[in-house]
Design a protein around this ligand. Structure first.
Ligand code: NOJ
Length: 754
């Protein structure tokens, strides 16, 4: 036996080297992929489809393997996740280079909103509506991560989310398919940079395919029951946008959708993604989701699970081990054709070639570059500006006797400020969920809110601190101290909210009030008669009616990342005029959920809270949200005027140019997000009362007027009809232009003619 095998092995080795040498001269990656594929055993092919977690960190339920290293050496692993740092990545890659075909590993990581430099959580960043800023934050994240050995991020998460009980609302771009698509595109471009293969580019991963955000009851991992129309119209567009942006990979989702787990959903993965959309990258399962199909009750065992997933187009198995344990047998049993395996392997090898890993498997392992990129001061500067842009000013009432001027911005010469609350001195909390833990790096590079404000005010300002209470619990022992310093102050700043890990994966909550006694603390502080500015730190829309109705100024800070303190200080003291607008509706009560602006009118619409006469209202609760989609204040005011349409009739192949003036009528320079909504008055399918179809974020100096122009074309008027055809139906349309989905300032009508 040995006599037969040894020469064969020798031949393979010679061939391998030859093939690689030939590869170097070959032009097309497809040819290179084919030549590698020809050398692979079935086991090695299946190895490429197998992804393991590095045991040093877990982002899911861990299965410990003692023999990961030998499996890598045997060519049984195609990718690792949660390995980071050039040294550690290099050490694993070195083992892969000892394998017979020397196929490099891909290293994946959840770089969701930053690597070392943490940017605002994605939902916060979405509130900036600033696509350049969003691209930049992804670009910097990719630059840092790639310098630290990583070449694949499991981002962007592009799930539309309309239920703030779901902890993962923090990770997406909110409720709207149009805004969500623009942001999805921007994030992919940011992560992938100019092209895969650049040393500072990482593969992006559009997740979670699909409709994960529509989990019933807002419970993570829960089932989704959804019409095709809703799927196509609301939940799929951001995914399509990532394909248009050239996204390298997709991740499927934990949920079942209409009874079929996404992991084994061939309609989604084969028909839509790889078929209709022509996606050429590969699809990875979510953590263990192939095995979880047994729990779904969709398959009997791992053998069936592996069959089901690979058949449906899931190329790589993250952590479930079902591909590794069953695919060889499935091929031998002729249940899975080798062509299916080959297709999956080719997609993965293609990306490895595109990233240049075959040329240099250590190209992301330059320790010197790692040091430079992780310490680039420009990254912190960008994080500070992007964090400022993500803040949403919810309320800014004038003080009694304040001559109509809002409490904010504060003067830097205030004599005494009482800075109170459980989050004032927190460091890591500011990073929110899905930050990246980098071994050996403490939290010193995070700017706390205390630090930020201390650095902002002059030496003449006295800054007093009291914690007041915890984030949770009912202990009010700290109230007395808080009241004591409040009495000495001219202004109180109160920083309250969630703990950072109250929103995130598996962090669904049925009660989304501000936890503990924090609002009670506000109450006693307000009783001192001193003006109070409330900072709300959270990963989701919270319900905080007492605060909303009683505090004169409210700043929704979300979780802003490593520069949180500086960004908050910039906004509070007027060095940055807040420009963020909500990318998700804030409910008045959890009882209204799901609540979103682009709902249907119904046959018995309710227009007010005073009339419940056989209409679509609540008898015990308002139908209106607390804060609408698109809402957010500035220190200045903007006036909209002079709406003009180039034509009131549009042919299907034509366009209407819309123009309007926006004037900054206040005293501060500022940025306004001008939002264009359309209502299709009569459709063969009911149409929402309003749909965002365009927006522009523009800087307008105090006193200045700018002309804003939009184009309306057929695309903006189209929807999926009953046959799921994308059509624009002739008829009347309403054009609504405003500062939020509710605050419509200019209106007109136009007609689409045949
Ligand atoms: C499970 C999450 O759903 C997914 O988003 C993430 O990328 C993986 N775990 C890996 O951490």
């Amino acid at each position: 036996m040995k006599k037969i095998y040894l020469p064969a092995l020798f031949l393979i080795l010679v061939l391998t080297n030859q093939i690689y040498r030939v590869n170097a001269q070959q032009k097309s990656i497809a040819q290179k992929v084919d030549s590698v594929l020809r050398l692979m055993t079935l086991e090695e092919k299946i190895g490429q489809l197998n992804q393991y977690n590095d045991d040093n960190e877990a982002t899911g339920p861990v299965t410990l393997d003692n023999d990961k290293i030998s499996q890598i050496r045997n060519g049984q692993v195609g990718s690792l996740l949660n390995t980071k740092g050039t040294d550690r990545v290099r050490s694993f890659q070195k083992v892969a280079m000892e394998s017979h075909l020397k196929i490099p590993l891909i290293f994946g990581q959840d770089v969701i909103h930053g690597y070392k430099t943490t940017f605002p959580i994605p939902l916060a960043e979405a509130c900036s509506w600033d696509l350049d800023a969003i691209t930049l934050s992804a670009r910097i994240s990719a630059t840092e991560a790639s310098a630290s050995g990583i070449n694949w991020t499991f981002a962007p998460m592009v799930d539309i989310a309309r239920d703030p009980r779901w902890g993962r609302v923090m990770e997406g771009a909110g409720e709207d398919p149009y805004l969500g698509s623009k942001i999805a595109f921007a994030r992919v471009k940011g992560f992938q940079g100019n092209k895969l293969g650049d040393t500072n580019s990482v593969m992006a991963c559009a997740k979670h395919f699909a409709a994960y955000g529509a989990a019933i009851g807002g419970r993570d991992y829960n089932s989704v029951d959804m019409s095709d129309r809703l799927l196509w119209e609301v939940y799929l567009p951001p995914f399509k946008a990532t394909v248009d942006a050239g996204v390298a990979t997709f991740m499927n989702s934990f949920n079942d959708i209409n009874g079929v787990p996404s992991t084994a959903n061939s309609y989604l993965q084969r028909d839509i993604l790889k078929g209709k959309w022509g996606f050429k990258g590969f699809v990875v399962s979510d953590w263990g989701s192939i095995g979880e199909m047994i729990n779904h009750g969709n398959v009997k065992d791992g053998y069936e699970a592996a069959w089901s997933a690979i058949t449906a187009g899931c190329d790589m198995d993250m952590e479930s081990r079902n591909y590794k344990n069953n695919l060889v047998q499935l091929v031998k049993d002729k249940k899975v054709p080798i062509t299916l395996i080959d297709d999956a392997v080719k997609r993965i090898l293609q990306k490895k070639f595109e990233m240049g890993l075959f040329d240099d498997p250590y190209k992301f392992c330059n320790a010197e570059r790692e040091q430079i990129e992780l310490n680039d001061p420009e990254h912190a500067k960008a994080a500070r500006l992007i964090a400022s842009k993500s803040i949403v000013l919810l309320k800014n009432d004038p003080l009694p006797g304040g001559a109509g001027v809002g409490l904010l911005p504060l003067s830097k010469n205030i004599k005494t400020i009482a800075f109170i609350g459980p989050l004032v001195k927190a460091l890591k909390q500011n990073k929110g969920f899905w930050d990246v833990e980098i071994p050996g790096l403490d939290s010193n590079f995070i700017v706390s809110q205390w630090e930020g404000i201390k650095n902002k005010v002059g030496t003449g300002t006295k800054l007093l601190y009291a914690k007041g209470c915890g984030i949770e619990g009912d202990n009010k022992d700290g109230f007395a101290e808080a009241i004591e310093i409040a009495k000495q102050a001219d202004v109180i700043i109160l920083s309250i909210g969630e703990r950072r890990d109250m929103s995130g994966e598996a962090k669904s909550r049925s009660n989304i009030n501000i936890p503990g006694v924090q609002e009670e603390l506000l109450k006693v502080l307000l009783a001192t008669g001193k003006p109070v500015v409330v900072l709300i730190n959270a990963g989701r829309p919270l319900v905080f009616n007492y605060t909303a109705d009683n505090a004169p100024a409210i700043v929704y800070t979300w979780w802003l990342g490593s520069e949180a303190g500086n960004a908050i200080a910039d906004v509070l003291f007027g060095d940055y005029n807040p420009s963020g607008k909500l990318a998700i509706t804030f409910p008045l009560s959890v009882g209204q959920i799901p609540i979103y602006y682009s709902h249907f009118n119904t046959g018995r619409p309710a227009y007010s809270d005073d009339n419940h006469n056989y209409n679509s209202s609540y008898n015990d609760l308002s139908i209106f949200p607390k804060y609408d989609f698109g809402y957010g204040l500035s220190y200045t005011t903007f006036e909209y005027s002079n709406l003009q349409l180039s034509n009131k009739k549009m042919k299907a192949n034509g366009q209407i140019e819309v123009s309007l003036n926006v004037t900054n009528t206040g005293k501060f320079d500022g940025e306004e997000i001008v939002q264009l909504y359309i209502r299709d008055k009569v459709g063969s399918i009911c149409r929402p009362v309003n749909e965002l179809k365009d927006f522009q974020k523009i800087k307008i100096n105090a006193g200045e007027t700018k002309i804003i122009k939009f184009n309306i074309d057929k695309e903006k008027l189209s929807f999926y009809n009953q046959k799921l055809q994308w059509v624009a139906e002739p008829g009347e349309f309403e054009l609504n232009i405003g500062a939020s989905s509710k605050d419509i300032r200019l209106k007109d009508n136009f007609e689409l003619v045949k």
